[in-house]
Design a protein around this ligand. Structure first.
Ligand code: AMP
Length: 115
C-alpha cells in the first residue's frame, strides 16, 4: 500500500475531476460513479491509507475532513441531511487506498447497510 492512487493525481490536477473544494490540506471532488444525487469524496491531500492506519499526527487533517464535508454539504444545499461514510479495508469494500469520506445526499437515503 505504498503506491499512490488516482486520488493523488486528482489532487495535483494531473487527471480531470470535478473538484468542488480545495485548500492546502483537503480536496473534495464528485464521485465518478455516484450512488446518490450528490456524491462527493472528501480527501486529505497528504495520503493516509485508510481509517485503520490513522496516526496521532493525522488528528488535525481528520478534523478538517469533517469541516470541509460540512461546508460542501451547505454548498450543495443538503439542508435536509446527508450521510458520511468511510470505508476501511477489504470487508468494507474499500476500492481506493487513500482515505476519503463519502458525502452522500440529495434524496432520502434509506437504511445504512447494503450487502
Ligand atoms: P471506496 O470503495 O470507499 O474506496 O470508494 C472509492 C470511490 O472512488 C468509489 O465510489 C469510486 O466510484 C470513486 N472513484 C474511483 N476513481 C475515481 C475518479 N477517477 N474520480 C472520481 N471518483 C472516483
Amino acid at each position: 500500500m505504498t503506491e499512490e492512487t488516482i486520488f493523488s493525481k486528482i489532487i495535483r490536477r494531473e487527471v480531470p475531476a470535478d473538484i468542488v473544494y480545495q485548500d492546502d490540506e483537503v480536496t473534495a471532488f464528485r464521485d465518478i460513479n455516484p450512488q446518490a444525487p450528490v456524491h462527493i469524496l472528501v480527501v486529505p491531500n497528504r495520503r493516509i491509507v485508510m481509517a485503520s492506519t490513522v496516526e496521532d499526527d493525522d488528528r488535525d487533517v481528520l478534523g478538517r475532513l469533517f469541516l470541509v464535508a460540512r461546508q460542501v454539504a451547505e454548498q450543495e444545499g443538503l439542508g435536509k441531511g446527508y450521510r458520511l461514510i468511510v470505508n476501511s479495508g477489504e470487508h468494507a469494500h474499500m476500492e481506493v487506498p487513500h482515505l476519503h469520506v463519502h458525502l452522500l445526499g440529495g434524496e432520502p437515503l434509506g437504511p445504512l447497510l447494503c450487502r
